[in-house]
Write a protein that binds this ligand. Structure first.
Ligand SMILES: C[C@H](O)[C@H](O)[C@H]1CNc2nc(N)[nH]c(=O)c2N1
Ligand SMILES: N[C@@H](Cc1ccccc1)C(=O)O
Ligand SMILES: [Fe+2]
Length: 283
């Protein structure tokens, strides 16, 4: 019987990966022989286009780590990345069919295993894709897993996710993921840079997030982030800015349990940053 994926968050379309290949923890082998020449060509074009935009826009940590991904002219084999990643930070990547439920997702991170979607977008989706595909997951997320501080942060996030699930606070913690791991900005001495995977894998949003005068850029604040809703189908109207990876690690080290309790009773912010009258969560 095919497993019925329960997708959390706000994605409206069902994920299109092949969940029948997934095990109990949702991981599956990368179907490397299943990629066609046009898939490898898509990866090569996406990589080249994105790489050309990185100077002056991607954080130094990301730029330093990117070569560790390996092949850029074809979809890399997860195994070849793992040889280097394991040696660098004791992380490994594992294949998944697409978005997976929160508990298995958090469990994998807690075990220092990062789920990477194994299929690639169609040419029609070159400029913006709502679901993660193999290009977003590899190019956007995996380079920073070579950074020891970031690597420890991601494991702490997974452990925190399991706790948040027990507290009924997944939504608040997901917002933290969204505004940091996916859409985080970092202020370097030489200017604003992106470290979030959703920015780094998108040509339009990389320029917009770093350079446009349209979005608001607020200093990173845990409580403000946890109270801010997000949209998944357009560029962000608000970004939160850290000064260093260490800041992210240190500011997320405290026990969030009392924070969740307090924030439940406070009003939320809309994705454009304006205050809403609704409290964060019932119960
Ligand atoms: C944690 C985050 O909020 C989100 O809910 C999870 C759910 N499942 C996922 N599954 C995959 N494959 N990749 C992801 O980034 C996520 N994100
Ligand atoms: N400190 C958080 C765990 C966490 C760490 C890092 C990122 C996110 C969450 C908690 O107590 O829940
Ligand atoms: Fe992502």
């Amino acid at each position: 019987m095919a497993m019925e994926p329960v997708i959390y968050g706000t994605s409206e379309r069902p994920p299109r990966g092949d969940y029948s290949r997934a095990g109990a923890d949702y991981t599956c082998a990368q179907d490397y022989a299943g990629y066609g020449q046009e898939d490898h060509q898509s990866y090569r074009r996406l990589y080249a286009r994105q790489q050309a935009l990185l100077p002056g826009r991607a954080s130094d940590e990301f730029l330093r780590a990117l070569p560790s991904l390996g092949a850029s002219d074809r979809i890399p084999r997860f195994e070849e990345i793992n040889d280097r990643l394991w040696r660098a930070t004791r992380w490994e990547i594992v294949g998944v069919p697409g978005l997976i439920p929160e508990v298995p997702f958090f469990s994998l991170l807690a075990q220092r295993r990062f789920p990477v979607t194994d299929w690639i977008r169609t040419p029609q989706e070159f400029d913006y894709i709502v679901e993660p595909d193999v290009f977003h997951d590899l190019f956007g997320h995996v380079p920073l897993l070579f950074n020891p501080v970031y690597a420890d942060h991601m494991q702490a996030y997974g452990l925190g996710g399991l706790k948040a699930h027990r507290c009924g606070a997944c939504e608040m913690l997901s917002r933290l993921y969204w505004y940091t791991i996916e859409f985080g900005l970092m202020r370097q001495p030489d200017g604003m840079r992106a470290y979030g995977a959703g920015i780094l894998s998108s040509p339009g949003e990389l320029r917009y997030a770093v350079e446009s005068s349209e979005p608001r850029r607020l200093p990173f604040d845990i409580e403000r982030v946890m109270r801010t809703r997000y949209k998944i189908d357009s560029f962000q109207q608000i970004y939160f800015v850290i000064e260093s990876v260490e800041e992210l690690f240190e500011k997320t080290a405290a026990d969030f349990t009392p924070i969740y309790e307090r924030l439940r009773r406070l009003p939320e912010f809309s994705p454009d940053g304006s205050p809403l009258r609704t409290a964060a969560a019932a119960s």
